[in-house]
Design a protein around this ligand. Structure first.
Ligand code: SIN
Length: 531
């Protein structure tokens, strides 16, 4: 047995694959990494937790922020990104990722991506905190689907890429500060070892640890948790972006209502039908997301209501329906005509600015381990991500990580014959659904949009306690592995939020309501620092 595993396995009995590069995740970053590695000559395997349609990429509505509109420039896009990031972006990352945007957009167009047009040129949308209309979008509000369509087709047609869907990667095969690949639960429920010279994590974010979330269930922080167990350094874990507007109806999944809707002029009204954003920020409905989210909570509390409204009734109906066909269809399933009815909305967890610390090629501090996309932290987003910069980062950093992962030397045989948790397992009857619901509620109430030292300290006590017995539970059930990962990332995020004694960007503390100069720093954690 050895440290840092949640699966128990005798590796001599586990079936194995040996690609040169293994990529975990089937969103924009993972597929871009696979294509880059395979184009550079490597045999690449992509492991996807569920299907290609279960990713934050697939559900992305807004689009890709790229500085290609007439009059726009990389410099202006950089300025907007730095301003949104509340003095915490890594300027080198911002400049380098944004500068690559036009080339990556060019690739997508070459590969057959169909983006919305305005006459002969591309149509550009606007979202909060952008000084320019620069968001490239597809089928109105279905940019993510189009990206997945194009990238998936290319990956599937590539002779050097294999894709394994319904394959849940649970642990990195690691020893002595290096990684040899991953251990996964395959579609049949059996274990599968995938040994590789390089491992690229592109597992997405952590939205599933919150009760209110725009993310699909698969976004449970698995890559971040397994990297942490393998000794990876993590950064900016206190910064979670809450999206101001998700559809709120009792019993209905929290569908995202894109910020592009406000970009097209929609108003926010409280339940007394009063427009309120003017009282909170000069940019009104297009203020930064943290400000809009807190304003909505304040109006909900002032009016004693579980939601506010989005109002599109003054926008030309034809324009609404052609720009937002997906949102219109979703709302109409619940009897709402978005051209005539007010749409009930409230904030939800949306994007994780923190993650596995990487350099500008996706390298982590662990040998042979790379990370890209939402699970990684390059410093592009700082304390608050500029809308639609995440698909851009996935395209740019996925490609870079895929290229950097090619051509590593043969690491030799994995040195461990068996792996498993440190602690002796005990027979506990665990209600996985109940535990997950408790975790999500606690994160939403105490590590959510508005935080305080006391609430964070109490959340940490509960999370540590729960994590201890969930780790010890004797179970090889997929749901228990997911729960362990969720608890691990929740502990890390809460510890980081507790430590940061100020408010900055998406991290707001009632006991420290201002940004402080001495906190213009990134917090870096290893798992051992918080246990
Ligand atoms: C949205 O469409 O509002 C989401 C876009 C993003 O989060 O980048």
């Amino acid at each position: 047995m050895s440290d840092g595993y949640i699966v128990e396995a005798d590796l001599r009995r586990v079936p194995a694959l040996w690609p040169e590069v293994v990529i975990v995740g089937g969103g924009v970053a993972g597929l871009s990494a696979a294509l880059a590695a395979a184009d550079a000559g490597a045999q690449a395997a992509v492991l996807v937790k569920q299907s290609m349609t279960d990713s934050n990429t697939f559900h992305a509505q807004g689009g890709i922020a790229v500085a290609v509109a007439p009059g726009d420039s990389v410099g202006k896009h950089v300025e907007d990104t730095l301003a949104a990031g509340a003095d915490l972006c890594r300027e080198e990352a911002v400049r380098s990722i944004i500068a690559d945007g036009p080339e990556r957009l060019h690739d997508l167009l070459e590969w057959g991506a169909i983006f919305d047009r305005d006459g002969a040129g591309l149509a550009f949308g606007r979202e909060g905190a952008h000084s320019f209309r620069r968001i490239v979008h597809a089928a109105g509000d279905q940019t993510g689907r189009e990206l997945v369509r194009v990238l998936q087709a290319r990956v599937e047609a590539h002779p050097r890429v294999s894709v394994l869907q319904n394959t849940f990667s649970v642990d990195l095969l690691h020893s002595g500060g290096a990684v040899w690949g991953v251990l996964a639960v395959d579609a049949s429920g059996g274990l599968l070892a995938v040994y590789a010279r390089a491992t690229v994590l592109a597992t997405g974010g952590v939205g599933a640890v919150y009760r209110e979330s725009t993310n699909p269930e698969v976004a449970s922080g698995d890559g971040i948790a397994m990297a942490a167990r393998a000794g990876a350094l993590l950064e900016d874990l206190e910064f979670v972006q809450f999206h101001p507007t998700t559809l709120y109806m009792a019993g209905v999944k929290r569908h995202l209502i894109s910020e592009a809707v406000r970009g097209e002029g929609a108003y926010l009204l409280n339940t007394r039908r009063e427009r309120f954003m003017g009282a909170y920020h000069s940019l009104n409905e297009l203020a930064p997301r943290d400000i809009v989210s807190r304003a909505i909570l304040s109006e909900m509390s002032r009016t004693n209501s579980p939601h506010v409204y989005l109002d599109l009734r003054h926008i030309q109906p034809q324009r609404v329906l052609s720009r937002f066909p997906g949102i219109a269809a979703t709302c109409s399933n619940y009897g709402l005509d978005i051209t005539k009815d007010l749409v009930p909305v409230r904030p939800a967890a949306h994007y994780f600015m923190g993650g596995i610390r990487t350099d500008m090629e996706g390298r982590t501090n662990v040998e042979r381990l790379f990370a890209c996309g939402e699970c990684a932290c390059t410093g592009l987003h700082g304390a608050n991500r500029l809308a639609s910069n995440s698909l851009l980062e996935g395209l740019v950093m996925g490609r870079r990580a895929g290229l950097a992962a090619v051509g590593l030397s043969d690491p030799g045989r994995f040195p461990l014959k068996s792996i498993g948790p440190d602690e002796r397992p005990v027979d506990i009857e665990l209600d996985v659904a109940d535990m997950a619901a408790s975790l999500r509620s606690l994160m939403w109430r105490q590590v959510g949009i508005i935080r305080s030292g006391d609430e964070l300290a109490s959340a940490l006590r509960a999370l540590h306690y729960w994590r201890r017995y969930v780790l010890r539970c004797r179970s090889a059930e997929r749901g228990v592995f997911v729960l362990r990962n969720m608890l691990t990332v929740a502990v890390l995020m809460s510890a980081a939020a507790f430590q940061r004694g100020e408010s900055r960007g998406a991290h707001y503390r009632t006991d420290f309501p201002n940004a402080l100069d001495e906190w213009r720093i990134h917090q870096t954690f290893a798992l051992k620092d918080v246990l």
